[in-house]
Structures are given as structure tokens and as C-alpha cells.
Write a protein that binds this ligand. Structure first.
Ligand code: FAD
Ligand code: NAD
Length: 464
């Protein structure tokens, strides 16, 4: 007889495992299915995404600071050395610890785990190898995969995706990053700090498309100062792997003369696409758009009893968004009022300095014809940032000109990813810039720059 469940969740990433935990909490009999060959739970995020990349960003930032900044503070570290194998090991240890943590959470919340590839054979029926799971509800939480670039075949050794770029056995002399988005700038930063020459080839005329234009411009200047080379409005049309190097053909995006670039390694990161192959979606009639994104209405797919969340549906491909989708989806299944406010999902780029953003950009407000005010404050005028010699960047707050409601916040600066939380909360609570401006902020902290930017919306900044 087949196993009987209330909900079968396919995919154990942040979307799937948070849905599973919430299901357990609400007393639903749940099972999570995961096909990763390492048998580890946690999905892209814990295994080959957020966690290992942040482990390397942290370690490489300290390495660079030790070599370049410590002496200014009167700290001598002698001759700087890099033990790359150890740096990679501490990254793997972080992954191991957190993926074990997810296993523990499944046990604690009485969620069954089935290892193997799940296929939907019919609504209410999921096959995993020889086994069949019968259920009232199926949640597709299968995440996303690397978008391939024709003519540049990934071998995960010299031409790598983000996964290969988390484990280079030695520091490449020259790394070409194709795509000036989040992955390219984060992992490009890691290998530049460890000694690689890094060239970013970006199709558009700017990096980080989708981010506020002023942020993207200033950030590119900062990265250039750090030594990153940029080739904007350019496309890679082919790659030839030779004995000791890779030869890339690069053209202007609008077409024109081809240029050859020689390098030791290439990172392809031109975006990610939904991971839905082998799930049987076409057979059961689950509708997807042209890009393979599963179409949903409050997580319901076009087939009754089949739901989808996270990277494989519309919205930003972010772990915390997948997590919120998972919780809300289970709550809806359980008859509760599950809800996600997609206007208040922050995005963070974990470079140095960090970039953090929530809500609308200036470009979006202009395009929508919204009448808005801007408050801006530079870290060069923030006492904590000055004291710590970390003055790159600014805080920018966008508020509705009539109601003062906070519509967006964009930050470049050390720990911007932590600072953004109060702007997220302001947007979630429908707060005004004056609410932030009149809230006490500890001194001396970088968070005072957020308050000063909010004061700037009404023109009463005190410290700049
Ligand atoms: P995933 O995490 O992709 O999990 C889906 C799981 O489903 C996978 O484990 C897959 O093996 C499994 N699966 C697929 N098909 C089947 C099947 N048929 N049967 C069984 N199992 C299946 N986001 C952030 O918010 N912050 C970051 O700092 C960040 N850094 C990132 C760095 C990198 C290098 C990358 C690549 C991504 C990063 N992301 C980050 C994005 C984040 O990883 C994703 O948004 C998030 O993992 C999406 O969660 P998910 O649950 O939808 O899917
Ligand atoms: P991305 O969408 O952030 O950036 C891709 C970049 O490649 C864009 O700038 C795009 O214009 C460019 N591009 C597209 N085609 C190109 C081509 N042929 N030649 C040159 N450039 C080209 O995608 P990504 O960096 O691959 O990241 C994928 C996803 O993973 C993102 O959606 C992001 O949300 C998620 N992620 C998040 C974090 C984080 O939250 N810190 C970190 C890493 C990844």
C-alpha cells in the first residue's frame, strides 16, 4: 500500500524545508523529497549558494583586510599567507553544520524525508523510485538552475558555474566573469581578494540591473577602485579551452568586431532558470510560461491540489522569499490566511561594501509617475563609519511626497544587509520616513545614517 500524507513537498531548499517545518507545526502529516546526490537537505542555498558563498566572502574579506588594512590600525600580522585548502574546508564545514541542522529540524517537526527524484504521476500521487507517496496536496519546491550560455560549455573546472567557483583548487591568475549580476560580483570579489585579476563582461551598459541606478553607478566605481575590470555592453560569443588557458570571443552587445580575451578560468553567471525537468508537469497539465516559470495564483498551480513556491515561480530568486512562500503556502493549505508582501522583500549583495535594497527604485517611481521625495546620507558623514575608516557608500530613502510613506530604501555600505531591516519593517508596517526620523538610534552606529537619510526626506538632516 502507498504511503498516505497530507502534503508531499518536492525539493528541500529554503522553500521546501520551511514549508515542511510549518506543516509539522500545524499538525499536517508531511514528507519532503530531495534528489541531491550528496543526500544533503537545504537545497541550493545551503549546499552551493548563500551559505558557501558567504563563508568565502567573509574569509576573503578578512584576508584582504589583514593584508591591506590592519597595519593602519597598528596591527602587524607578519607575512600574509593563504591556505586555500583550509579556507575551502571551513566553507564546507559551515555547509555540513547547517545541512545537518535541517535534518534535525525535519525530525523535530515529525516530517518524513525521502531521498530520490520525485515525479508527479497524477494529482495526489508522487513517485520516488519504486515508492509511491499518496497525498492531498503536492508542493513543488524544486528551485532553480544555472542558465547556460550557448558556445561556453561549463565543465566545472575551468569554465565554471557558481558551484565550481566555490571550489577552485587554486586561485586563477585571470578570471573572466560573464554577467555583472549578484553572483558575478560576489564570487568575482572573493577571487579578486585572494589574488586573481578579475574581468566582468556584462551585456548591459550597467552592472546589477534592477538595482537603483545611482547605487549601481557608485558601486561600479568602488569595485573599479578595488581592481575589478569591467567590459560593459559586451557579450561573450564563444570559448575555446586550450591546454593552459581559455580563449574567449567577446563582441560589443550591439554587434561589431570580435576581440579575444585569454584567461585561466571563466565563471558563467547570466541568471538562473526554474528547475522543473523530470517532474511530469506537462503530463499532469501544470501550466508554465515561456521561460519555464510555473504559473501560480497564491501558490496554486493550474491543477487542483498542486502548489508551487520559491525559485520555480515568479518573483525574486531569493532564499528568504522562498522561505516566506513556503510558510504562506502551508498556511493556505491549512485554511489560514497565508500571505507574502512582495513589496517588502529585501535584496542584499554581500560584497564589500554591501548593497541592500527594498521597495521601489527611483527609476521605477519615475516610470510609474509617482510623486516622491528623496533623503540621502553619506557614510563619510557618519561618526562610526569615519572612526572605523569605512566611509564608502550612502543611504537613500524614497518616500511618497504627499503621504510620506516609505516606498524604497537603497544602501551601499558596510553591513548594509543588516541596516536594511528597519526600512523593510517600515515598509511592511506602512510607516513614514518621519517614523524612522523620530525613532531613537544608538550612537555611534551606522544605523544613524539610516535615520539621517530619513530626516533628509524633510530636509532636517543634522550631521552632514
Ligand atoms: P532550491 O534551494 O534550489 O532547492 C530546491 C531543491 O529541490 C534542490 O535541493 C533540488 O535538488 C531539489 N529538487 C529539484 N528537483 C527535484 C525532484 N524532482 N525531486 C526531488 N528534489 C528535487 N539567496 C539569498 O537570499 N541570499 C543569498 O546570499 C544567496 N546567495 C546565493 C549564492 C549563489 C551562488 C546561488 C546560486 C544562489 C544564491 N541565492 C541567495 C539564491 C538562493 O539560493 C535561492 O533563491 C534559494 O535556494 C531558492 O530556494 P528554493 O527552495 O526555491 O530552491
Ligand atoms: P543576475 O540576474 O543577478 O545577473 C545576471 C547578469 O548577467 C545580468 O546583469 C545580465 O544583464 C547579465 N547577462 C545576461 N546575459 C548575458 C550575456 N549573454 N553576456 C553577459 N552578461 C549577460 O543572475 P546571477 O548573478 O546569475 O544570479 C542568479 C540569481 O541568484 C539571482 O536572481 C539572485 O537573486 C540569486 N542570488 C542572490 C544572491 C544574494 O541574494 N546575495 C547571491 C547570489 C545569487
Amino acid at each position: 500500500m502507498a504511503d498516505q500524507y497530507d502534503v508531499v513537498i518536492i525539493g528541500a531548499g529554503p522553500g521546501g524545508y520551511n514549508a515542511a517545518i510549518r506543516a509539522g507545526q500545524l499538525g499536517l502529516k508531511a514528507v519532503i523529497v530531495e534528489k541531491r546526490s550528496s543526500k544533503k537537505l537545504g537545497g541550493t542555498c545551503l549546499n552551493v549558494g548563500c551559505i558557501p558563498s558567504k563563508a568565502l566572502l567573509h574569509a576573503s574579506e578578512l584576508y584582504e583586510a589583514a593584508g591591506k588594512d590592519f597595519d593602519k590600525l597598528g596591527i602587524g600580522v607578519g607575512k600574509l599567507t593563504l591556505d586555500l585548502a583550509q579556507m575551502l574546508k571551513q566553507k564546507d564545514d559551515a555547509v555540513e553544520g547547517l545541512t545537518k541542522g535541517v535534518e534535525f529540524l525535519m525530525k523535530k517537526n515529525k516530517v518524513d524525508v525521502v531521498l530520490g527524484a520525485g515525479e508527479i504521476v497524477a494529482p495526489g500521487r508522487v513517485r520516488v523510485g519504486e515508492r509511491e507517496l499518496q497525498t492531498k496536496h503536492i508542493i513543488i519546491a524544486t528551485g532553480s538552475d544555472v542558465t547556460p550560455l550557448p558556445g561556453v560549455d561549463i565543465d566545472e573546472e575551468r569554465i565554471v558555474s557558481s558551484t565550481g567557483a566555490l571550489s577552485f583548487a587554486s586561485v586563477p591568475k585571470h578570471l573572466v566573469v560573464i554577467g555583472g549580476g549578484v553572483i558575478g560580483l560576489e564570487l568575482g570579489s572573493v577571487w579578486r581578494r585572494l589574488g586573481a585579476e578579475v574581468t566582468v563582461v556584462e551585456f548591459l551598459d550597467r552592472i546589477l540591473p534592477g538595482m537603483d541606478g545611482e547605487v549601481s553607478k557608485q558601486f561600479q566605481r568602488i569595485l573599479k577602485k578595488q581592481g575589478v575590470n569591467f567590459k560593459l555592453s559586451s557579450k561573450v560569443t564563444g570559448a575555446e579551452t586550450l591546454k593552459t588557458k581559455v580563449k574567449l570571443s567577446v563582441e560589443p552587445a550591439a554587434g561589431g568586431e570580435t576581440e579575444a580575451i585569454d584567461c585561466d578560468a571563466v565563471l558563467v553567471c547570466i541568471g538562473r532558470r526554474p528547475h522543473t525537468e523530470g517532474l511530469g508537469l506537462e503530463k499532469v497539465g501544470v501550466k508554465m510560461d515561456k521561460r519555464g516559470i510555473i504559473e501560480t495564483d497564491r501558490f496554486k498551480t493550474s491543477v487542483d491540489g498542486i502548489w508551487a513556491i520559491g525559485d520555480c515561480i515568479h518573483g525574486p530568486m531569493l532564499a528568504h522569499k522562498a522561505e516566506d512562500d513556503g510558510v504562506a503556502c502551508i498556511e493556505l493549505i491549512a485554511g489560514k490566511a497565508g500571505h507574502v508582501n512582495y513589496d517588502a522583500v529585501p535584496g542584499v549583495v554581500y560584497t564589500y561594501p554591501e548593497i541592500a535594497s527594498v521597495g521601489k527604485t527611483e527609476e521605477e517611481l519615475k516610470e510609474a509617475g509617482v510623486n516622491y521625495k528623496v533623503g540621502k546620507f553619506p557614510f563619510a558623514a557618519n561618526s562610526r563609519a569615519k572612526t572605523n575608516h569605512e566611509t564608502d557608500g550612502f543611504v537613500k530613502i524614497l518616500a511618497d511626497a504627499e503621504t510620506d510613506r516609505v516606498l524604497g530604501c537603497h544602501i551601499i555600505g558596510r553591513e548594509a544587509g543588516e541596516l536594511i531591516a528597519e526600512a523593510v519593517l517600515a515598509i511592511e508596517f506602512g510607516g513614514a520616513s518621519e517614523d524612522i526620523a523620530r525613532t531613537s538610534h544608538a550612537h555611534p552606529t551606522r544605523s544613524e545614517a539610516v535615520r539621517q537619510a530619513a530626516m533628509g526626506v524633510e530636509g532636517w538632516t543634522m550631521q552632514a
